[in-house]
Design a protein around this ligand. Structure first.
Ligand code: AMP
Ligand code: MG
Length: 340
């Protein structure tokens, strides 16, 4: 059996900076959450970057389910149906995750951990699990496996959580808050393609974020002009393996146990809330175009912060919701259309 590893965690979006930006910039590369992260701040001191770096390392240690000493590992290792006191930050993140699970009909679900492991995305060797194996694991996946109170959480037997679908977005949000506390007004934070933009460029113009072509990762589909927001992208090409000529990627449909095949090859979510942007990018990739647009139209009623979508169909067509249409400049030959 042949495995070929492909494009590991390739940046899905890239912030383009002009010369004017570089004059007073400082930048820092941090390795956290299995990701090379680049923090660029303007008119700011190194101490702001020191604090941001510390925060990223702290969150990695808190949320990494493969790190034995993390709060997530302690929760996963707890006895079934035994409520354990949970770190307050982790508890609110879990509450948020479960709200998004409810809003997305279970397309986003942090209880996918047993499925991730079955496919080898937990760090073990990549493999295609048998249908029997998946059938045995599917009952462990679903919001019903978790119980949260104001201070504690418990899980049913065999249920485990994986926060990989929203951890980077949350981390971006914390970094943004810390930079703001340090008086920073202009920054671009690239957490491996999950981008956080603080303010505008120093000349007052919008940031330019290039969105990668999921079919050909050397190319870009176009550029989004944006300010003060998160741009989080989920794509089939980011992480995965190939077996016997078939590609398997890391975004699992909790309903089937298989990598999602929804007709979309990439989803970018633009939103002021980083954790929500991240969770929704994963969810929308699972939901596909038509269910994603229903989600978009009902965002407020579902208790979600306002967001916009850039979807790339498997055929390469780009779809943009109303708030992004005027902000997108396509590369030559890219066809795009408004939706929603
Ligand atoms: P992203 O790259 O943000 O789409 O997140 C993918 C990561 O989220 C995977 O590596 C898993 O850790 C986790 N994940 C995969 N599928 C799901 C899902 N359906 N719901 C929640 N988390 C998921
Ligand atoms: Mg995500």
């Amino acid at each position: 059996m042949k495995h070929r590893f492909f494009a590991w965690a390739l940046a899905a979006a890239l912030v383009l900076t002009g010369c004017a930006q570089r004059s007073s910039s400082l930048s820092r590369t941090v390795y956290a959450m299995d990701t090379v992260m680049t923090l660029s701040v303007y008119n700011a001191a190194e101490t702001a970057l020191d604090a941001a770096e510390q925060e990223l390392l702290r969150l990695d240690a808190l949320l990494d389910r493969h790190e034995e000493s993390s709060a997530v590992s302690a929760f996963n290792a707890a006895a079934a149906d035994e409520p354990i006191m949970l770190d307050g930050e982790l508890l609110s993140l879990l509450q948020k995750a479960m709200g998004i699970t409810a809003a997305t009909d279970g397309a986003f679900d942090v209880t996918v951990a047993p499925l991730m492991d079955a496919w080898g995305f937990g760090g073990e060797a990549y493999r295609v699990p048998s249908q029997d194996e998946l059938n045995a694991l599917l009952p462990l996946v679903g919001a019903g496996g978790l119980t949260l109170t104001d201070t504690s959480a418990s899980h049913k037997n065999g249920v485990r959580i994986d926060l990989g679908g929203l951890a980077k977005g949350y981390a971006g949000q914390r970094v943004r808050d810390i930079l703001t506390e340090h008086g920073v007004q202009s920054a671009s934070i690239d957490l491996g393609g999950d981008v956080c933009l603080l303010g505008t460029k120093t000349d007052g113009s919008a940031w330019r974020v290039a969105v990668r072509d999921p079919q050909n990762s050397d190319d870009f589909l176009g550029i989004l002009a944006l300010e003060d927001c998160f741009v989080v992208t989920s794509g089939a090409y980011e992480r995965g393996f190939e077996e016997n000529g078939v590609r398997y990627h890391h975004i699992i449909d909790p309903a089937t146990g298989y990598p999602a095949q929804s007709g979309l090859s990439s989803v970018s979510v633009v939103c002021a809330d980083g954790a929500q942007a991240d969770a929704l990018s994963t969810a929308v990739f699972v939901l596909g175009e038509s269910r994603a647009l229903t989600l978009y139209q009902n965002a407020e009623a579902l208790g979600l912060a306002p967001f916009e979508l850039l979807l790339v169909r498997d055929d390469g067509t780009v779809l943009l919701t109303a708030g992004l249409y005027d902000r997108f400049t396509p590369e030559e030959g890219v066809s795009y259309a408004p939706v929603g």
